[in-house]
Design a protein around this ligand. Structure first.
Ligand code: GLN
Length: 304
């Protein structure tokens, strides 16, 4: 029988032909200069092991993977009240789409598309004395390492994030933002710019695999019920307008980011983080999706 170490190495071989396929995100200029020829993978298990291969210790921009972590923080202060301001349905639209938000009167479909994450950031701006620092220290705690913002990436998005500004202004117009757009976007762009490695991400997301506690008998982060619900949102909404196909091919709760990372959760077993910067049309890493698919085929780890 193959060990997890053997399987991780086999996946690196499996995906070699896919690395570099797709296109690095260039709508955020600071991301455009990352080489598409990178690939890393890390698997953290709920008994506290972490198996890695490739560029697993290289930090990259976590982008939308941060949306799960800020959602976790906002649910702590807002609990069920959050769901009056953001939905729980997949959007079927690109992550930065505007038109559904107009039809639906400023209530985003879910917290894992940009508009929904901007509402979540708004909650943190209201509820935390220093929202950026609350996010940074929470993520550092989960990662077991000091993580930091990439200021060049955050500044680059601040200068070019016109669609996000449009989403935020539209929601403020509908009365669904409590704070001025600039303050909310400052938090949102900084959370997206957090720089982390696959090893750190797999460790960070372990609480969602371990029923809400830090793996290895650590602190409770969320209740078991909330961990289950966050996983459900990741399964249905975490890979945007490709969530159906992703569930079909991979069958795990997951969250992608335009930095090329994807993190997947296997409840009761562990978390898998993959990174390869070239993206497919929906903004998910091409080699990353393929790596997760091969990993699931080889291990049989699935929620189905
Ligand atoms: N910061 C990015 C944006 O707002 C996040 C998008 C993503 O990773 N899908 O466009």
């Amino acid at each position: 029988m193959s060990t997890l170490e053997d399987i991780v190495l086999a996946v690196v071989d499996d995906v070699a032909p896919f690395v570099g396929q797709g296109k690095v995100a260039d709508y955020i200029p600071a991301l455009a200069c990352v080489s598409p020829e990178r690939f890393g993978i890390a698997v953290s298990t709920i008994d506290g092991r972490c198996i890695t291969a490739g560029d697993a210790d290289e930090r990259f921009s976590i982008q939308s993977m941060s949306k799960v972590l800020t959602l976790t923080l906002a649910l702590e202060s807002r609990a069920a009240a959050l769901w009056t301001r953001v939905g729980k349905e997949p959007s079927g639209d690109p992550f930065n789409s505007l038109f559904q938000l107009e039809f639906e009167r400023g209530i985003p479909r879910n917290p894992l598309i940009n508009a929904g994450a901007i509402v979540v950031a708004d909650c943190l701006v209201s509820d935390c004395a220093d929202p950026r620092e609350s996010v940074r220290s929470f993520v550092s705690y989960l990662a077991g390492a000091t993580v930091d913002f990439d200021i060049a990436v955050a500044t680059s998005e601040l200068e070019t994030g016109n669609r996000n500004a449009a989403l935020a202004h539209l929601m403020r117009g509908f009365g669904n933002l409590e704070n001025p757009v600039d303050r909310v976007l400052d938090t949102y762009f900084h959370q997206c710019s957090l720089a982390m490695s696959c090893r750190e991400l797999a460790t960070t997301f372990g609480y969602l695999a371990a029923g809400g506690t830090v793996p290895g008998g650590g602190k409770r982060i969320v209740s078991t019920e909330r961990a289950r619900r966050i996983n459900a949102l990741m399964l249905t909404c975490g890979t945007y307008d490709r969530a159906g196909e992703f569930a079909f091919e991979v069958g795990l709760p997951a969250k992608s980011g335009v930095g090329g990372g994807i993190v997947a959760v296997v409840p009761g077993k562990g978390a898998i983080a993959v990174w390869s910067p070239a993206l497919g049309p929906s903004g998910n890493s091409v080699a990353g999706v393929e790596a997760l698919r091969r990993f699931v085929v080889r291990t049989g780890w699935s929620v189905f």
